[in-house]
Ligand binder design. Structure first.
Ligand code: DGL
Length: 275
């Protein structure tokens, strides 16, 4: 049966970073029901092997399918890098990622070299390098393993925090020298550091928020397929493999508002969802 227009968009991430994508979805399509899974018990994905992240992503997607979604949005660059092709090939539900929309947005934003900052896993996968090289665009990728913990610890709120500035200064040095025209924030956590990054890179460098680009791609897809939800109130259901209270406490930082009624799901249940 074809999914109904008021079936949800299912979104998953390794933890809370994907909530930046949920807030973009709500901004662009306030009537869309959304189901969100944050796999906080197994965060970070960025330092794990691509094979492990692929397995997690397949389990997350299988859980998402329980809600009969009309679309699955992989709101994590690392999971997109590890599993997008397999997810697409095995899913009867359309799947979108965050990487391809970010590349398209960066190519449209500048004719110059493009920088990418991301987790180790995303950089190691070589996916941004492959897509940008196919588009004949010079690029530079930098893994930034300290940024997710800094953000998760709440240090991103002060763009003048010396820990934030030192880490970013180190990671962005080569990007500044290369004079990139656009810098892809290739991790859904990084929009929380956008102010500090912009300060260091200067006003001429366009920052590409991969989640924002993916939300726009989701809207374009649903519009094209005549699958947009009829007007109504936003309906967001959140699940976490971590602690629901911690998820709710930290949610405002990522989503812009406090998310209540977060439901727990165990990783055993996710493993079961896949079998
Ligand atoms: N949000 C994930 C991403 O976009 C990174 C966080 C992690 O390492 O789990 O890659």
């Amino acid at each position: 049966m074809d999914p109904e227009t008021n079936n949800p968009i299912a979104v998953f991430d390794s933890g809370l970073g994907g909530l930046t994508v949920v807030s973009e979805l709500a901004r662009l399509m306030p009537a869309e029901p959304v189901v969100y899974l944050g796999d906080s018990a197994r965060v970070p994905y960025g330092t794990k092997s691509l094979a492990t992240v692929r397995r997690f992503a397949m389990e997350n997607a299988a859980f998402c399918r329980r809600f009969d979604p009309k679309l699955i949005l992989v709101a994590c660059n690392t999971a997109s890098a590890a599993a997008f092709d397999e997810l697409r090939a095995t899913s009867d539900v359309p799947v979108l990622d965050v990487i391809r929309p970010a590349v398209a947005a960066a190519l449209a934003a500048t004719d110059g070299p493009i920088g990418v900052i991301a987790t180790e896993g995303t950089v190691t996968s070589g996916i941004y390098e492959r897509l940008l090289t196919e588009a004949h665009r010079p690029m530079l990728a930098q893994a930034c393993p300290l940024l997710v913990p800094i953000i998760e610890e709440g240090r991103a709120e002060n763009p003048d925090d010396p820990i934030v500035l030192n880490a970013l200064g180190d990671y962005l040095h080569a990007m500044q020298r290369r004079r990139v025209g656009a810098l892809i924030l290739g991790c859904t956590h990084y929009p929380l550091l956008a102010t500090a990054i912009s300060k260091l890179m200067g006003p001429d460098v366009v920052l590409i928020n991969s989640g924002q680009a993916a939300a726009a791609a989701a809207r374009d897809y649903l519009t094209r397929e005549a699958m947009l939800a009829p007007a109504g109130a936003t309906d967001l259901r959140c699940f976490t493999t971590g602690d629901p209270a911690r998820f709710a406490d930290l949610s405002e930082r990522f989503a812009g508002h406090v998310i209540e009624n977060v439901q727990a799901v165990s990783t055993d249940e996710l493993t079961g969802a896949c079998s």
